[in-house]
Design a protein around this ligand. Sequence first.
Ligand code: C2O
Ligand code: CU
Length: 510
Amino acid sequence: IGLGGLAAPAFAAKRKKHEPARKAAPTVAGTPLTYPKLIDLRDGDTFDLVAEPATHAFLKDKPVAVIGYGGTYMGPALRLRRGTAPKVRLVNRLDRPTNVHWHGLLVEGRFDGGSHGGVAPGGDWTARLAVDQPAATLWYHAHVHGRTAEDVHDGLAGLLLVEDPNDAVARALPATWGVDDLPLVLQDRTFDPDGRPLYEKTTAVLEHGFHGATMIVNGIADAVARVPQRLVRLRLVNASGSRTFRLFLEDQRTFRLIATDAGLLGAPVDLTYMALAPGERAEILVDFAEGGTALMTGPDDHEHRSGARIMTVPDVLAAPARLVAFDAVADAAPHHTVPATLAALPALPRTTAGLKRRRFELRVEPGVDPHAAMVHAGMDHAAMISGAPVARSIAPLAPVAPRVTINGQVFDPGRIDEKVDFGAVEVWEIVSPEMAHPFHVHGAHFRVLGEDGGRPKAWNTGAKDTVLVENSAELLVTFASRADQAAPFVYHCHLLEHEDGGMMGTFTVA
Ligand code: C2O
Ligand code: CU
């Protein structure tokens, strides 16, 4: 995919007097960005969310078969109002079981749509979404154990917004959907020449997670968004399987972070760079009064040194890539200003002594890729597959999947790993010895107390439900939703291949 240039159009012919006025030609080449349809759910509503096949063009003029909700790749943006309890009925028109999890929404375990249970083809399931939490950008996605990575890759994801009619600050932010309030669902794919996304669970993908070569936003590659020349809110959602986006604006301009996963920050934070790991969301304000630019991501490769082992996580992306270019056009609407204070975030406690502590160690034991192992052993792979005689002393190797665990255990849906008291506040210590893992907790929100022994990164200072644990993190978790043994909550790594591989545990809140 060409990333296009920011150059002015090849010609800028003067308009002759008799020609009708035309809209200003876009100054940036690419495919116009589109936004998911926004649907307001009201008290008493039952909305049908239909999982079904669809057709979608990731690459311009190359439609391919996908799946999604409501006949589109991904699905509509569902907006919930605090203080209401609409219902959503998931209707399964796929040929396999499915379910849907409301990532970041605090609902009871039986409506959470986690890894326990699924809806058979032709079946349906109704969740009551009683909303009592601050305004935030959440999302929903399929969560069938062992299939989440492929299902989300195929398109089973969408946006879920919480709005709070009593939050005057949240209401004063730019909020015209698709104009100055732009949802940007960030993903990565690798396409074949026909524009079909390719996905294969190789040993390396199971170990490090899938990294695609082409960035897509709202399902569109090489996207261009038209924005007004004023302050614009971007709702960034990382819905990729395993890519952490390393975000900055192409001209290095400062943006203001105003919200993290679970809601607004106490005050805006000025940044020129932030990381957004799988499952995380961020809302930023960008001032386009000075013109357009592009949202970029740097490569997501890293070397993780811990103990004796050095683990290298590679990325197909070698240089920064463009997610979406912004074409800024003049408009007459009034400018928004950035409020100096946003939410009344409670101060973090001075001491956590006396709080219940739990520790979770996320581990990766490497798998065996027979091809890589043979090359490593100096064998000629081409000769082997052509049937040439092979030395008898070398036994054929079978691929071995990496073992991904939490506290030494692989996910077992029938086992309850932790029992938490309803209303409790606990300190959860997360440790990642081999590589960085985005740790996500269902049915709870948390604050990051510290990272890698120091203070949390600027973009981890708000209310969250997912955090990238580079080496270690200490979380202050509040449990305000109930879950019983029949439908417990889960906590897991949000690298979807790790989640599917079993880097996940269960807990009840009673
Ligand atoms: Cu976004 Cu358990 O998931
Ligand atoms: Cu992981």
